[in-house]
Design a binder for this molecule. Sequence first.
Ligand SMILES: C[S@@+](CC[C@H](N)C(=O)[O-])C[C@H]1O[C@@H](n2cnc3c(N)ncnc32)[C@H](O)[C@@H]1O
Length: 240
Amino acid sequence: MNNSPGKGKPLYSMFNRIPGRYDRMNRLLTLSFDERWRKEGAGLCLQDRPERVLDLCTGTGDLALRLARMSEKGTEVHALDFSENMLDLARMKAAKKHVLEKITFHHEDASAMSFPDDYFNSIGIAFAFRNLTFRNPLTGRALKEIYRVLQPGGRFVIMESSRPDSKFMNILFRIYMNIMVKHLGGMISGHKTAYNYLAYSAIHFHTNREIQDMLAGAGFSMIRSDPKLMGAAAVHIAVK
Ligand SMILES: C[S@@+](CC[C@H](N)C(=O)[O-])C[C@H]1O[C@@H](n2cnc3c(N)ncnc32)[C@H](O)[C@@H]1O
């Protein structure tokens, strides 16, 4: 598609190529912990009974599907991604789970969203905050956009891998990323470059403290981070 909003943007062509085995690889590489954290994140997004909630960088739609299943009847669930191939898969999954009519899909770039100011009551992002903020020249624009489209008092919930604080856990984390994610993930998926990037960006990603500072710099307050699996992942919550 020539007029894709992601075309030319950092990481677009990589993500547009990998959807086929993406879900299976996620479950395998995280031993399904990713699903547990998405469920927790969805609960946090829905805590104040939002009328309108966004799954930002939805990928194959796992968080959006959870939001659709867990929310009340009138809740509008929106899901956004710049990869048309990811969105196609997300739509197919939503149809299979009978929640297609509850989710509105948007083929857009997170750093230039078409929504009006203060549009969403809450926003969730699962395992994609790293893509928006790790050595990405558009980080500032994406954070500004997220803040803009969230209503005052609304919650931004991030589920993401994180760098463990303890030296020992950090060593294990690096070994896991280098052996399991980079080599095994690359081999099984057939997408070596993508899994190389996933491992590298996880190992060198910001610390929780740096993420909190970044969110505060973008205007968010009441920021807290809840570490998971001895610091290998975290759920961050910030309020506009
Ligand atoms: C690692 S996947 C995570 C997908 C999903 N949220 C999940 O829980 O599995 C990252 C997703 O973010 C999307 N993405 C990355 N940068 C983006 C941007 N600037 N705008 C919109 N989508 C983006 C990619 O296309 C990809 O589908």
